[in-house]
Design a binder for this molecule. Structure first.
Ligand SMILES: Cc1ncc(COP(=O)(O)O)c(C=O)c1O
Length: 402
């Protein structure tokens, strides 16, 4: 635990005073990932599925290897179930529209979401609400920011065809106990999990979560910006028609129409982001080198403890999170009523301290809380207690001088 992980990330050497507290949005990249991308682009880069020349073969091998790593990491069954897309937002759009054109969702069907959903897991459903008249209901939270299971029970009626819940809130940092949802779920309901904020913090076993679709992003876990979606149940994946189809997604075009490619290609039209996929291999290696999530979890626990201890002395500010240091990740959303969060973020930015302000793409949750904005501090393995001290010293100055 004495190792300073910050040294593994060149951005901190190149921006001496940078205090990066926005890892919930995206993670910084370790040197081994950056060097690996450079090495790949200089030595092996090519399009894939061209086979006949060696760099194409090498690129395809690395592309498939990265999917195999994903598969092992979440205990999926086959790489056919793993689909790469651009980001979580795109993944859910692709899923929602594919469900619609495959007649899995019809007029008056109901979808359950949590009240905390990121817009990525809200807007695609709102569009379907307008287009085909589905209905959306929102499951509330209890006083401790956990899922309100009683509210879930009340809203989970026969019309519910899809439950699409985030695993961890990007506003409160709370980890929802989705096994409880799975236990209460009927066979005929499709269960989708947004794991965008869980994958960066702990290992997921899809067999325990028992979801039908899981989507997440690895740009929040040291890899280059891009993402995959996992559609883990092969059967469901086969039943879906892709809503976007062009090269790669179509197997053959004839006089009498066309036929789809097999999975996963059916859902990966066009040239994929090969470099991103390759970068993922080293992101995994980095995590393996630091003993997988064990170190992350311990480090996280200590920093959360330290942060919570420091924030305790502040009166009259609102903290949008459970007071306990359990079942949570290192995300803290704060409201200071008499200072606008944008001003706080602006003033901190002048000191090279990066925090996020406004509604964190969870607008509906803010309406529910009767709040207009907050500023959010999020940490990762490269943060230190010193970063937290610098943040609080500057926050004190803002409060004193405002
Ligand atoms: C819970 C959650 N879902 C979805 C997303 C969207 O991810 P992306 O920006 O990769 O599309 C985020 C991003 O912060 C998130 O926190």
């Amino acid at each position: 635990m004495n190792k300073i992980y910050k040294n593994d990330f060149p951005i901190f050497n190149n921006n001496n005073k940078l205090v990066y507290l926005d890892s919930t949005a995206t993670s910084q990249k370790p040197k081994i990932v950056i060097e690996w991308i450079k090495d790949y682009l200089e030595n092996s880069y090519s399009n894939i599925y061209r086979w006949l020349y060696s760099i194409s073969e090498r690129s395809e091998e690395l592309y498939k290897k990265s999917k195999k790593k994903v598969l092992e990491n979440i205990w999926a069954n086959s790489i056919k179930e793993i689909i790469y897309t651009y980001n979580s937002t795109y993944a859910l759009n692709l899923l929602a529209s594919s469900l619609r054109i495959s007649d899995k969702l019809k007029k008056w069907d109901k979808i359950l979401l949590t009240i905390t959903e990121h817009n990525a897991n809200l807007i695609p459903w709102l569009i379907l609400e307008e287009e085909i008249w589905i209905e959306i209901e929102y499951v509330n939270l209890d006083g401790d920011y956990n899922l309100d299971l009683e509210d879930f029970r009340k809203k989970y009626d026969k019309r519910v065809k899809i439950i699409s819940f985030t695993h961890v809130s990007n506003v409160t940092g709370q980890i929802f106990d989705l096994e409880e949802i799975w236990k209460r779920k009927r066979e005929d309901t499709i269960f989708i999990v947004d794991a965008s904020q869980s994958i960066p913090h702990f290992k997921i076993d899809i067999n325990k979560l028992n979801c039908d679709y899981l989507f997440f992003t690895w740009h929040k876990v040291f890899a280059d910006t891009w993402i995959w979606i996992l559609w883990w149940k092969e059967k469901l994946l086969k039943e879906l028609k892709p809503s976007f189809s062009w090269w790669g997604a179509i197997w053959k075009v004839g006089d009498d129409g066309f036929s789809y490619a097999k999975i996963p290609e059916k859902f990966e039209p066009g040239t994929p982001n090969i470099t991103w996929a390759v970068s993922l291999l080293k992101a995994f290696e980095y995590i393996e080198n630091i003993w997988w999530y064990k170190v992350l979890e311990k480090y996280e626990y200590n920093l959360v403890e330290y942060f919570l201890e420091k924030i305790k002395k502040y009166r009259n500010i609102k903290l949008i999170w459970s007071k306990k240091n359990i079942n949570r990740i290192w995300v803290f959303s704060i409201v200071i009523n008499w200072i606008h969060s944008n001003d706080i973020a602006d003033i901190l930015a002048e000191k090279n301290i990066a925090v996020r302000s406004w509604k964190h793409c969870a607008h509906r949750f803010f309406w529910k809380l009767w709040l207009v904005h907050s500023f959010r501090v999020s940490l990762y393995i490269y943060n230190t207690k010193k970063d937290i001290d610098i943040f609080f010293d500057n926050l004190n100055l803002i409060i004193e001088n405002y």
